[in-house]
Design a protein around this ligand. Sequence first.
Ligand SMILES: C[S@@+](CC[C@H](N)C(=O)[O-])C[C@H]1O[C@@H](n2cnc3c(N)ncnc32)[C@H](O)[C@@H]1O
Length: 256
Amino acid sequence: MERNYLSINTDIWNEDAPNWVGVAHRLWGLETPEWGTWGNSETTVAMLPADMQGMDAVELGCGTGYVSWWMHKRGARVTAIDISAEQLATARKLATDHDAPITFIHGNAEATGLPDASFDFAISEYGASIWCPPDTWLREAWRLLRPGGRLEFLGNHPLSLICAPLDGSPADNALHRPYRNMWGADWTEVEFEPTGVCFNLTTSGWMDLFAEIGFAVTRYQELYAPEHAGGTRAAIPADWAKEYPVEHVWHLQKPE
Ligand SMILES: C[S@@+](CC[C@H](N)C(=O)[O-])C[C@H]1O[C@@H](n2cnc3c(N)ncnc32)[C@H](O)[C@@H]1O
């Protein structure tokens, strides 16, 4: 029987979890949050309200939990869900070390089982935002949010997927796959650095889906690598990511 993306992605994250422990320690120790593969600062990305006192916040695909910690430090009551037991083990250990009362749930961000309208704020940085089909996880986020609640998410810009060679080698300046009808990519069988199955849409595809669900877009950002960046990260050379948008950030609101 063919395995589905959920079991594939769960396995790759359980196997990969030890490689993220060092990064997790660094990110849990930051004063000012940094986002995405290239560490763009919260001072420009602005995904988190400065004051989250009294807010119920949920992180969908929390990995090692540093975004949840940043929200806790701003005063939120935080629930964080992840499908990988190994990633959650790192998150739980760091939460204990920092004395942070974050509620961690081992489960699927597309079907959390949490009550309707129980959160003021939802967020995903490279979690559900890339590993879950948009139509399922966005509807779950909508269900979880109270009227007026915000959803913030960051993931790969669709252009970075188009410029990624099909064998998994680093992005270049050629168009390797069609933009039209983009759904994501299956990286499980590629020659270089195989991973899991990830999801993405064209920009108008995202906009249409937000409108269909009911989300209002309050801001849209395209992120680049900072000028001082070098090397290659997540199969994207820094020089590419300085010229082309490597990540997108959507700031959404469920209307009152
Ligand atoms: C790159 S991490 C992003 C999270 C966090 N920002 C970090 O870097 O630690 C991706 C996480 O998404 C999780 N994930 C993938 N599919 C998921 C799903 N369906 N439900 C919940 N979590 C999922 C993985 O287990 C992994 O921990």
